[in-house]
Design a protein around this ligand. Structure first.
Ligand code: PGA
Length: 251
């Protein structure tokens, strides 16, 4: 039987972000003490911004990311790293430029990979995750359509890192940042549901009332490809970190 992910409702998005940052710092410190690296799966979007701020603050207070390896969930196809909306830019400006991570330990799918090389790029990404020892903790957001990474409604749970078309809801939600829906990339490379479910532990962050309905569906409707986040019900160590608004439909 699938186990429904557990969820925690915090007084604010800030306290939820702090709690997850605390978990991440404990994980890093405990693996450091065993002389092992920590492998983090990371997400972009508005939701994890406070988490990254908190990790930067912890770094200033002595937390080192020297032995941390990261894999990001996804990247748009067709925009280069320097593009202001690339996830490469996002991660560097919101986190990597402010911590002591070794640049060689940062992995983000490459948005400008030639069409013929996308498949090999995706399988290389999977190999890198495996060679790193697998993901210890994967951070996720959730789209209003239930996507995790760019695993859009209809996706199979058996697919690893792959190229995908973006769903219209996703394009509309990104339109403002790109100055109009017409300028939002139509495709992206994303870790698959299979990759995500391969993480030891998963922490999904969701804040604000615009996420309340989808959070409720993710946790309470049966597993369905129409809401990719329901696949998390088949993972045995997933926690949703919610603020009051995102958790308001849960009893
Ligand atoms: P958001 O995006 O954090 O900007 O709401 C979440 C997502 O689409 O996964």
């Amino acid at each position: 039987m699938p186990e429904v992910p557990s969820y925690r409702i915090f007084a604010s998005s800030q306290s939820a972000s702090k709690a997850l940052a605390e978990d991440i710092s404990q994980l890093i410190r405990s693996r450091d003490s065993e002389e092992r690296t920590t492998v983090l799966g990371l997400a972009t979007g508005n939701t994890p911004v406070q988490l990254y701020k908190e990790l930067i603050r912890m770094h200033r207070d002595g937390l080192s990311f020297r032995n941390v390896v990261t894999f990001n969930l996804d990247e748009y196809i067709g925009i280069d790293r320097e593009h202001p909306e690339s996830y490469w830019q996002f991660m560097h400006s919101h986190l990597f430029n402010h911590i002591d991570i070794n640049p060689e330990n940062i992995h983000i799918p490459e948005g400008m990979v030639a069409a013929d090389n996308i498949e090999s790029h995706c399988s290389a990404y999977e190999n890198q995750i495996e060679e790193a020892g697998g993901i210890d903790l994967q951070v996720l957001g959730i789209g209003r359509n239930g996507h995790i990474g760019f695993n859009e409604p209809g996706v199979s749970p058996d697919v690893a890192t792959h190229a995908t078309e973006l769903n219209q809801v996703t394009i509309n939600d990104a339109a403002e940042a790109f100055g109009g829906a017409a300028d939002v990339p139509q495709r992206a490379i994303t870790m698959g549901v299979k990759t995500i479910l391969g993480a030891q532990r998963i922490a999904l962050l969701a804040f604000g009332s615009s996420k309340a309905d989808i959070v409720e569906r993710a946790l309470t409707s049966g597993i369905t490809s129409e809401v990719p986040a329901t696949y998390l019900q088949s993972h045995n160590d997933t926690t949703f970190f919610l603020d009051q608004d995102a958790g308001k439909r849960l009893s």
